[in-house]
Design a protein around this ligand. Structure first.
Ligand SMILES: CC(C)(COP(=O)(O)OP(=O)(O)OC[C@H]1O[C@@H](n2cnc3c(N)ncnc32)[C@H](O)[C@@H]1OP(=O)(O)O)[C@@H](O)C(=O)NCCC(=O)NCCS
Length: 207
């Protein structure tokens, strides 16, 4: 998105709520988060890591860790969801997304720390990703998951996604949702502003 200020990523932080009202901050990953992010992935159960990356990884390979911590390169972005736990900002979830301008689609993957699963963090993060997709002007938001991943399939279904076969891999299922929200109606303040300024710069963008 041309109006995203990569030199000042802090302005794009969002405050969300868990199911029981806990405060969740969603912000872009910064290079200073490298160790903490690697620690987060190492601490996931092997099942969660397998579901997230469709393969057995014990941690993020170096090149992928670099990609995760260099937000905006090749229109790919990583965010972390953090909570204050015992006075420390703690990563409880993450998502990585890409905007494919040629198809006006927004693709994402996400995970939540095993200890925090079932608290509504995945639901809140997914809603926030929908705002981010709308701010890009995406017409569809989609993700892929293993057919065996009942939790992700249930989350996607409850969030209004439809399911289609993955084009290349029979083990995966793709969940997809049309984005039909005007920039002025985006329900996340920072992303509504980003979308409106994008619209002002390029009025035809949402025509
Ligand atoms: C999928 C994932 C992100 C969901 O996050 P979460 O924070 O646990 O999700 P929520 O608490 O918002 O729950 C959302 C829905 O998922 C389903 N769900 C959650 N935990 C579940 C469980 N243990 N068993 C079955 N369904 C479950 C429920 O339908 C739930 O909705 P409900 O509480 O209204 O019934 C999380 O389980 C995860 O990180 N898994 C490992 C990585 C992964 O699978 N990523 C997806 C591929 S990209």
């Amino acid at each position: 998105m041309s109006t995203l200020r990569l030199d000042d990523l802090k302005q794009y932080s969002d405050t969300l709520r868990t199911r029981h009202g806990g405060v969740l901050t969603v912000r872009f990953v910064e290079p200073r988060d490298t160790d903490e992010l690697q620690h987060y992935f190492r601490s996931l159960s092997s099942r969660s890591r397998y579901n997230r990356f469709f393969g057995a990884l014990s941690e993020l390979p170096k090149a992928l860790l670099h990609d995760f911590t260099h937000v905006g390169e090749r229109e790919r972005f990583s965010v972390i969801a953090t909570m204050m736990v015992d006075g420390f900002e703690t990563i409880v979830g993450e998502a990585r997304y890409a905007f494919h301008a040629e198809t006006s689609t927004f693709e994402f993957g996400l995970s939540v720390d095993d200890r925090w699963q079932g608290h509504g963090i995945g639901t809140a993060l997914l809603r926030n990703l929908e705002c981010r997709a709308a701010a890009f002007g995406a017409e569809h938001i989609f993700g892929d998951t293993l057919r065996s991943n009942d939790v992700m399939i249930s989350l996607a279904r409850k969030s209004g996604f439809a399911f289609i076969n993955h084009p290349d891999d029979w083990k995966l299922v793709r969940f997809d949702k049309e984005i039909a929200v005007e920039p002025k109606d985006i329900p996340c303040a920072s992303w509504r502003l980003a979308a409106l300024s994008r619209q002002a710069e390029s009025p035809s963008a949402t025509a």
